[in-house]
Ligand binder design. Structure first.
Ligand SMILES: *Cc1c(COP(=O)(O)O)cnc(C)c1O
Length: 512
């Protein structure tokens, strides 16, 4: 047996060594995942100070593999937000299904090149299938069987074929969508073009627009209604005003689930405003679009399929590990027109519509074979368990909201449209600042119990606490724990308020 230490080529482990590497890691991974329900929902006290102690120069000598794994699993991984755990109800949770981790091991180990179709046509095709499935989920027409949309009656122009590409996340998907819209609609002269979104849109939209070259001053943030959806009357006014002032209204971005409250804009109305004004209609469905896999979600998201471009984040609502987003377009040619380029040193690109070179429709050339992490679990289970999980989350947020309502003093600030609810504690007689302090204190006390992690946001100037249920590991029991911890924390906070507000018999306020 050739030991790891004695091999002249340590970067080429033999069969025994490869097994050892995976087995040692797997023992720790399995233990980690099996204990997730008992791990703290977050554990970051002193974590940044600890991180500073890790700065080190380039290693000149190797260290023992097991020691490094132990350091990772015992010291480094636990000092974090437990984004994989069932109690992570913060931000927009992910989860990370294990089957995708295995797919990543396979795709990294075989390390095939999928950026150009000719280099691995079958693998590029299964990734292209994943994109087709996403197009089908969001309701883009012209996907389904092989060659659909082509041929037939020649007097009727065939509808455009939808398409798209997998990205490392929603932010880059937004960037690709806006750059694509710009290239297709405006050409090179776009300094007077204006973009419209609500003031609730994810900040990656403004960031993407700015990176795509638009002046920040040309991004119009339109106000929202009581449900945190864009006010379409104000949108139309803004478009009209800009047109009169010599601007070119260019793109409307709707939210299919905002990050703060899960609000879904009136997408059919936005689509018709965009059509009437010959504008590009973009939908940010990073969090929400995949709820189209459920009947309730599909009803809420009606109109999304009229968008020229849509982004979605499988690393959120398809429970994948971080690193998988997608941009979809109603007409695949728009991506090609924006990204196609030529180099003499590359293999020939595909010329028919069936096969796709990812480098021709996206900014990337060399990249990971990211399609496998979506393909493997979807092929193993079919789509049903994913729909079921999302359906369960819709039920859970309804349950959580109903339970919150039973707690004295809790005000629901945003009713769930998908799987987010936003609430705060209100005590009569307190000023806005006092209420904010009160709710910060409440949030700290909930999170200090470490069974769930919640995060806040500001809505209409009000500090609110969000519950966002997405993870495939979050079920009824954990949501009940969240409610129990919120109820207990509310009781503590209210007791403190009473104690400090009511003078005792000496006329002196008790300290909390
Ligand atoms: C998370 C999110 C994004 C950004 O996606 P990343 O994958 O984090 O880059 C954009 N829009 C919405 C609504 C989101 O929730």
């Amino acid at each position: 047996m050739r030991g790891a230490m004695t091999s002249p080529y340590p970067l080429e482990p033999d069969a025994t060594e490869m097994r050892r590497l995976v087995d040692e890691a797997m023992t720790r991974i399995v233990h980690h995942i099996e204990t997730l329900p008992d791990q703290p929902a977050q554990n970051v006290e002193g974590a940044t100070e600890f991180a500073r102690t890790l700065v080190e120069p380039l290693p000149r000598k190797g260290e023992k593999y097991e020691t490094l794994l132990d350091q990772l699993f015992d010291e480094l991984i636990p000092r974090s937000f437990n984004a994989a755990g069932p109690g992570y109800l913060a931000y927009i949770p992910g989860g990370g299904i294990f089957h995708s981790a295995v797919a990543d091991l396979i795709s990294d180990a075989v390390n095939r090149y999928v950026g150009v179709c000719a280099a691995a046509p079958a693998l590029a095709q299964i990734e292209a299938n994943v994109v087709r499935w996403f197009c089908e989920i969001v309701g883009y027409r012209g996907v389904g069987g092989r060659g659909s949309g082509a041929g037939g009656d020649e007097t009727i122009p065939s509808p455009p074929t939808p398409g798209g590409v997998l990205t490392p996340g929603g932010s880059l998907a937004n960037f690709i969508a806006i750059a694509t819209a710009r290239k297709n609609v405006l050409g090179d002269d776009f300094q007077r073009a204006t973009l419209y979104c609500s003031d609730q849109i994810h900040h990656s939209f403004q960031k993407a627009a700015s990176l795509a070259g638009f002046p920040a001053a040309n991004i119009r943030e339109v106000g929202v209604d009581g449900k945190f959806c864009i006010r379409t009357d104000a949108l139309e006014e803004a478009i009209g005003r800009d047109r009169s002032a010599g601007f070119t209204p260019f793109l409307i971005a709707g939210s299919a689930g905002t990050t703060a409250t899960g609000a879904v804009d009136d997408l059919p109305r936005l689509a018709s405003i965009a059509r009437a004004n010959k504008m590009w209609f973009h939908v940010d469905g990073a969090y929400g679009a995949l709820f189209a896999l459920t009947a309730r979600g599909a009803a809420t998201l009606r109109g999304m399929e009229q968008a020229d471009s849509i982004i979605l984040d499988p690393h959120k609502t398809l429970f994948l590990p971080f690193g998988t987003g997608a941009v979809l377009v109603r007409d695949a040619m728009t991506l090609r027109r924006a990204h196609s380029s030529h180099a003499d040193y590359l293999p020939a690109m595909q010329s028919d519509e069936e096969l796709v070179d990812f480098c021709e429709i996206s900014p990337e050339l060399s990249r990971d074979f990211r399609g496998l992490r979506v393909w493997l679990p979807l092929k193993m289970f079919g789509v049903e368990p994913f729909s079921q999980q999302l359906d369960e989350k819709l039920d859970l947020i309804a349950f959580a909201t109903a339970e919150l309502r039973k707690i004295e003093g809790i005000e629901i600030v945003a009713e769930p449209q998908l799987t987010i609810t936003a609430f705060r504690l209100v005590v009569p007689g307190l000023s806005d600042t006092e209420l904010e302090d009160l709710n910060r204190d409440l949030l700290d006390r909930i999170n200090a119990r470490q069974r769930v992690m919640l995060t806040p946001t500001i809505l209409d100037g009000r500090f609110v606490i969000r519950i966002c249920i997405v993870s495939h590991r979050t079920h009824r029991g954990r949501v009940q724990m969240a409610i129990d911890d919120i109820r207990a924390a509310v009781a503590e906070v209210r007791r403190d308020v009473r104690n400090s507000a009511v003078p005792n018999s000496d006329g002196v306020r008790n300290s909390p």
